[in-house]
Design a protein around this ligand. Structure first.
Ligand code: XMP
Length: 525
């Protein structure tokens, strides 16, 4: 399969580059910058992209005493490099921002902090005869975000872009097919950015736009068939889009060998366990087991308030339940999980900092004796939804808002008790009802309630109350990597507040979370 490797130097837009390429129907994978040359060669990429980075090449070369605080911070990050051999493989390379500076630095050019920093929308002059800028105008708008600049191009490189403040804003060595641009083509603020990426993919790397949902289905089915020989397979089914799509894919490959196991850990939304069972049994002819394990999970979570520990406990217990079920089914060799690319990235790739251990990635026990099949591991959520449609899933399932594997446990701050679980379930039920009633469910990425571990004073029926607040969270997102809080209509907020305080015992206050991601995350834990 044709693929473009994005080497991740820790830049904030690295995943976005991979997404944009996939949108152009070429498969793209994000790998840590220190991936070995052998590993890169083995993947036989059609092209390589060096991402941006918060690090600085120039501050490494300066006298430590002369650095300002910002530069010292950069310096401490130890500007990551790749081996220059990557540039000699004969594979086309595009360096973006730090990536371009790195190319210049590795090939004998010069990079320095000239003081001509540029941030934001900038007018840029392009040499339109460059294959990278085919079909572009001589002057375009681009998105800049840099402190260092290339001040001297390497031998046999030409300047192909410049701005008033930055004489070297793009470089090329056409015969070696190595290109660099200081600006970011992957963000929407560079209106012709997609055109530039297209030029790199289709003119320079000579890719064909053939990565489609049908091709993913075919390649996954054949991969699964190759791995699963005679043994049986179980699937961790949560009823959400991801695990349902994963189950359908695996079912297509192995048929009756697959058994889906739905674990009710008692941390699901109100009425969700019955709903999942009914939907699944009605729509699919796949072996299905419903394991009721609420007491088991809650007793393990007793007195635990650390979010990472909750995730690990739930992840471990999940696997233990599956192992037990597997023991009953005989010859089970594999467990299917609906792990997504964003779970993998956020659980830490070595470059991107670890934000949280998503229970299905970082929470797996080391001594687990079952092999994993994760057919969606390379896909973003919106891609999984498209795949679901292609596999014939109903809109109702495909459009379901994401719900985290550890469930309400990570929306109850502090200890998970029966009493607090009941409060959150009832408040969350009202949130969903009102969001649906306002016709907002399909327009919102996720909307839910959170129960903090604090109480506040209120007055109800002339009596003083001392009870929990409920936090309402509603966010929009493209792929869960970034998110913005939803501007809910005031009438909806008012109804939510009235209903939750009146209908849920133990709550006397409702607040709305107005934080985006970053700097916050979608879930509270
Ligand atoms: P955060 O809170 O990291 O969430 O911004 C990003 C997306 O991931 C979901 N999420 C999880 N999903 N296991 C999951 O299966 C987890 O441990 C987990 N933590 C967060 C979250 O609901 C959002 O869609």
């Amino acid at each position: 399969m044709e693929n473009i490797i994005v080497l991740d130097f820790g830049g904030q837009y690295s995943q976005l580059i991979a997404r944009r390429i996939r949108e152009l129907r070429v498969y793209s994978e994000l790998l840590p910058y220190n991936t070995s040359v052998e590993e890169i060669k083995a993947k036989n990429p059609s092209g390589i992209i060096f991402s941006g980075s918060p690090a600085s090449i120039s501050s490494r070369n300066k006298n430590e005493k002369k650095l300002n605080t910002f530069e010292k911070e950069f310096n401490a990050k130890n500007a990551p490099e790749v081996l220059p051999e990557i540039l000699k493989l004969g594979i086309p390379v595009l360096g973006i921002c730090y990536g371009m500076q790195l190319i210049a630095h590795l090939l004998g050019g010069n990079v320095s902090g000239t003081g001509s920093n540029e941030f934001g929308k900038t007018e840029i002059d392009l040499v339109t005869s460059s294959p990278l800028f085919k079909n572009l105008k001589q002057t375009e708008i681009c998105w800049m975000s840099h402190r260092d600049s290339v001040t001297e191009v390497p031998n046999r490189f030409k300047v192909i872009a410049s701005t008033p403040a930055l004489p070297i804003a793009g470089i090329e060595n056409r015969s070696s097919r190595i290109y660099g641009i200081q600006f970011h083509p992957e963000v929407i603020h560079t209106p012709s950015g997609t055109e530039i990426l297209k030029n790199f993919l289709f003119n320079i790397c000579e890719c064909t736009p053939s990565w489609t949902m049908v091709s993913i289905i075919e390649s996954q089915i054949s991969e699964i068939k190759n791995s699963v020989k005679d043994g049986n397979v179980i699937c961790a089914l949560s009823g959400g889009v991801d695990s349902t799509v994963a189950a359908l894919l695996v079912h297509k490959a192995v048929g009756k060998k697959l058994t889906c196991i739905f674990v009710d850990h008692g941390l699901l939304r109100f009425g969700e366990n019955e709903q999942v069972e009914t939907t699944f049994r009605k729509n699919f002819k796949i072996n299905f087991i419903h394991v009721k394990a609420k007491e088991r999970f809650l007793s393990k979570l007793k007195a635990v308030d650390d979010p990472e520990e909750k995730r690990k406990i739930i992840g471990n217990e999940f696997i233990r339940v599956f192992e037990e079920q597997a023991g009953k089914i005989k010859d089970v060799e594999y467990l299917v999980q609906g792990t997504l690319y964003s779970d993998v990235i956020e659980s830490g790739t070595g470059v991107a900092a670890k934000i949280k251990s998503h229970h299905n990635v970082g929470g797996l026990p080391a001594d687990m004796n079952i092999k994993l099949i994760e057919p969606l591991r390379q896909l973003f959520k919106d891609e999984v939804r498209k795949l679901g449609i292609e596999l014939g899933l109903s809109e109702e399932i495909v459009r379901r808002q994401p719900f985290p594997g550890p469930g309400l446990a990570i929306r109850i701050i502090g200890e998970v008790t029966e009493e607090r679980l009941e409060i959150l379930k009832m408040a969350d039920k009202i949130v969903l009802e009102e969001i649906k009633r306002a016709n907002l469910y399909d327009k919102i990425w996720q909307s839910f309630a959170v129960l903090p571990a604090i109480k506040s004073v209120g007055v109800m029926g002339d009596e003083r109350t001392y009870a929990y607040p409920v936090v309402i969270r509603a966010v929009n997102s493209e792929d869960a990597m970034t998110a913005d809080w939803v501007r809910l209509p005031y009438e909806v907020m008012e109804r939510l507040s009235n209903r939750i305080i009146n209908e849920v015992n133990g709550v006397n206050r409702v607040v709305y979370d107005i934080s985006s991601k970053p700097p916050s995350t979608i879930e509270w834990e």
